[in-house]
Design a protein around this ligand. Structure first.
Ligand SMILES: CC(C)(COP(=O)(O)OP(=O)(O)OC[C@H]1O[C@@H](n2cnc3c(N)ncnc32)[C@H](O)[C@@H]1OP(=O)(O)O)[C@@H](O)C(=O)NCCC(=O)NCCS
Length: 194
């Protein structure tokens, strides 16, 4: 009985049940190392399967990954001084990653993918916020990127951030012509607006 009373008191103090899922800390960001290659590739692979699987067959995704997700490419990204390469994780698992490069005042966001098992947990937002901070710190003013038009989560996420669709183009991935929307986000304009 005493134990029950103590438990109820703990609950009242904390205001919510001691559910471990509710007690996860926010995603933490860190720079990946060489040994994170497979973790990052797996996040991207699962994210692509879930977001693009309906219009991009596995064979074409495989070809793309064999060409663009290599250990060498991973090492080059780690070594580059004009690259932001970050992994978001919490105590449960790696969640998402971001890869962007800055060139002459313009940042190209190459990759932002969240593991579908951990999507909508705020990792994408934490990475995006850090990208904005990094862009400002480098004195760059614009972020540009492409997103598959037929995905759902990507276009929705960037709309939420206030990104501007510029134009649509077609990018061959394996044998499939994939429609992609080019977006821009002006960091300086956003600063003035605050
Ligand atoms: C876009 C993406 C990186 C966002 O990562 P995330 O960790 O889920 O994002 P957050 O939890 O921080 O933000 C959630 C927001 O993303 C959007 N979103 C994420 N998943 C969504 C889904 N399944 N359906 C609709 N919107 C979704 C929504 O705007 C959502 O905000 P809301 O929950 O207030 O509606 C992730 O959904 C993803 O990997 N998508 C597939 C690949 C892709 O399109 N990447 C961008 C190409 S560069």
């Amino acid at each position: 009985m005493l134990e029950l009373a103590k438990a109820l008191q703990r609950l009242a103090v904390r205001g919510r049940p001691a559910d471990p899922l509710l007690e996860l800390s926010p995603p933490l960001l860190r720079r990946p190392g060489e040994s994170d290659f497979q973790i990052i590739r797996d996040i991207a692979w699962r994210s692509w399967a879930s977001a693009y699987g309906a219009f991009l067959p596995e064979e074409d995704r495989s070809r793309f990954f064999a060409q663009y997700y290599t250990k060498d490419g991973h090492r080059r990204a780690l070594a580059s001084h004009r690259t932001l390469f970050l992994l978001a994780e919490d105590e449960r698992s790696p969640m998402a990653f971001l890869l962007a490069t800055e060139d002459a005042g313009r940042v190209h966001l190459h990759r932002l993918y969240a593991d579908p098992r951990r999507q909508r947990s705020g990792a994408g937002q934490v990475l995006w916020d850090e990208l904005i901070r990094w862009t400002r710190a480098r004195g760059a003013t614009r972020i540009v990127f492409e997103v598959a038009s037929d995905g759902v989560s990507g276009p929705q996420f960037y709309r939420k951030q206030g990104c501007r669709p510029i134009d649509e183009t077609v990018m061959p991935i394996g044998r499939v012509p994939v429609r992609v929307m080019r977006y821009a986000f002006d960091v300086s304009r956003e600063v003035r607006g605050r």
